[in-house]
Design a protein around this ligand. Structure first.
Ligand code: L34
Length: 293
């Protein structure tokens, strides 16, 4: 069993991005600039957003955090998005999800200028991704592809089972892995809450992607010997054993599944860290006007 080490990959990739940004600036390019909107004080969102801001600083990307209380109305949030869309210095604009229930995530996502949509959540970017046009690929699926590439995991003709069909992970990663080329050309099966005999399906997987958001759902008897297991889930559980008072659980029961795998991602220290890196890459792509010249 080999660990797919998100921490190591993220550190490596930050150095690469930092030198790319430095070179771009040296050639007269602008300082890439990411704006993040954070509504409310959800603990997980606070952690993820501060991770993003710190990572931006490490690679030389400028970042701006715009905070609102969770009683903000949709109209006011829209107004801010419009302002940032029109601000020529901002290359990337993201609104951290989830949003309070009185705000429509769909309306907000659609309000972001597609050229600044470095989250790749806008229907236009998703549609372009589906038909293979240049587009921003959302950070979590892009992070998964990066792990697969950097560890030279072969995907062509492999059976890839995705558990979960969310718009931000399950749906896009299943499309990306069935595309022509590498990483892709896989035979992809998407499973969800209505799938019958789930275990009979997951046991076929050469590559198993768990993205359903239920802690330790994937057990050893659901995984084929030698499979590659990618754990996207990240659930916070109260714990008296840790300093922070929290512990993080993936969607995979790591201790019993790991011995069966050829490769497996840990939680924490796996996909989440690459999500942040993929966002940095998209922001640089935007500053360089690569996707939308
Ligand atoms: N708009 N909303 C928008 N864009 C995104 O790309 C996200 N996502 C998801 C939630 N909402 C979003 C993230 O940023 C999930 N996500 C994310 C980002 C970072 C990490 C995990 C998820 C991450 O850094 N995980 C660390 C542990 C951090 C901790 O201590 O909690 C890890 O090692 O997995």
């Amino acid at each position: 069993m080999q660990l797919l080490d998100g921490k190591k990959l993220a550190a490596e990739m930050k150095l690469e991005i930092a030198s790319e940004v430095a070179q771009f600036k040296a050639e007269g390019g602008k300082n890439p600039h990411l704006a993040t909107i954070l509504v409310g004080h959800d603990g997980a969102s606070e952690t993820y957003v501060s991770g993003k801001i710190k990572a931006c600083a490490e690679v030389g990307i400028k970042s701006t955090l715009v905070r609102f209380e969770d009683n903000i109305v949709e109209k006011d949030l829209m107004e801010k998005i419009r302002e940032l869309n029109n601000d020529a210095d901002i290359d990337g604009l993201i609104v951290q999800l989830p949003l309070p229930v009185h705000i429509s995530e769909q309306n907000i996502t659609e309000a972001i200028d597609i050229r600044k949509d470095v989250d790749g959540f806008h229907p236009m970017n998703i549609g372009r991704m589906v038909i293979g046009m240049p587009s921003y690929i959302s950070a979590t699926p892009a992070g998964i592809l990066e792990i697969i590439k950097r560890y030279n995991i072969s995907t062509s003709g492999k059976t890839c089972v995705v558990v979960g069909r969310s718009n931000i992970v399950g749906k896009p990663i299943s499309i990306l892995l069935s595309r022509k080329g590498y990483p892709g050309d896989a035979t992809v099966v998407v499973c969800h809450s209505k799938t019958q005999n789930l275990k009979d399906v997951t046991i076929q997987a050469d590559i198993l992607i768990a993205a359903l958001g239920q802690p330790e759902f994937i057990k050893a008897d659901m995984v084929k010997e030698g499979a590659v297991v990618i754990d996207v889930g990240i659930t916070r559980i109260r714990s008296e054993l840790t300093k922070s008072g929290w512990k993080l659980l993936g969607d995979v029961k790591f201790d019993e599944v790991a011995p069966k795998c050829s490769y497996i991602t840990p939680v924490p220290g796996g996909v989440g860290l690459l999500t942040v890196i993929a966002l940095l890459k998209n922001t640089v792509l935007s500053a360089k006007r690569i996707i939308y010249p």
